[in-house]
Design a protein around this ligand. Structure first.
Ligand SMILES: [Zn+2]
Length: 244
């Protein structure tokens, strides 16, 4: 993985600020893994993409995650703490290989969704349309009683089984946190949006560093380039000396 300097991180943050989520993820990964061709990164399954994002997050901000959640039962706010190793699940088999599913007399061949699929459904007006587009893109073939069918002809039971099979085949695509409310004992699972989490950390980091640049440049006349080249603890010392 490439070492990302403060200059590179700020550039990344500035470029990605107005980009849609999927393109942001690919921007992060193509900067961190320049040896990987961009189209290969885009064709990684979402679980593989999240595994790379997790590795990048550990390198940038460490392995510990902390957040807050609200109990849907009683409204209690609870702190959520976990490690990267708690959510890093293995992906069974080769994620790029086509998969097969047999359910209710239907034989379905499919591949796992990747970033090009997520980019394709970003503009969909509703969830049902997005699901249909995703299905049509990821279904390779459907056979039923000797006939070849289209994705639109699949009964709900088969679509549901297919969604489950996709989740099981690429567990890191949909990261669920098991939560337990200490106040009322309610147990539930919450989805972790890893990309949104990482981007909010990068955003907070960038705003803090730019504030340091502003304060030190104003106080000492140093350039942004020189201030960014300082180690963080040295910037912090100077910030203390100017009362910030
Ligand atoms: Zn509760």
């Amino acid at each position: 993985m490439e070492h990302l300097s403060p200059h590179m991180l700020l550039d990344l943050w500035e470029r990605g600020a107005t980009w849609p989520a999927t393109q942001r993820a690919l921007l992060l990964l193509s900067t961190a893994f320049p040896e990987e061709p961009p189209d290969a990164l885009a064709r990684c399954t979402i679980g593989q993409r999240n595994r790379l994002l997790l590795a990048l997050r550990e390198k940038l901000f460490g392995p510990h995650f902390a957040g807050v959640a609200t109990c849907p039962q009683c409204g209690e706010r609870l702190e959520v703490n976990f490690e990267a190793s708690d959510i890093r699940a293995p992906t069974p088999g080769d994620p790029a290989e086509p998969r097969a599913l047999e359910v209710a007399g239907y034989t379905v061949q499919f591949r796992l969704p990747n970033s090009t699929d997520l980019a394709a459904i970003q503009g969909c007006s509703d969830v049902a349309t997005a699901q249909q587009v995703l299905l049509e893109r990821c279904l390779l073939s459907v056979q039923h009683e000797g006939h070849t069918l289209s994705a639109t002809a699949l009964p709900a039971e088969v679509v549901s089984a297919l969604a489950t099979a996709m989740e099981e085949a690429d567990p890191l695509a949909n990261i669920q946190l098991a939560l337990n409310c200490p106040a009322c004992g309610h147990q539930w699972s919450a989805v972790l949006d890893l990309l949104a989490y990482i981007w909010s950390e990068l955003d907070a980091w960038a705003r803090r560093v730019l504030r340091e640049v502003h304060c030190l440049a104003t106080a000492y006349g140093w350039s942004e380039h020189d201030i960014l080249n300082m180690r963080p603890w040295r910037r912090q010392l100077y910030m203390g000396m100017i009362g910030q």
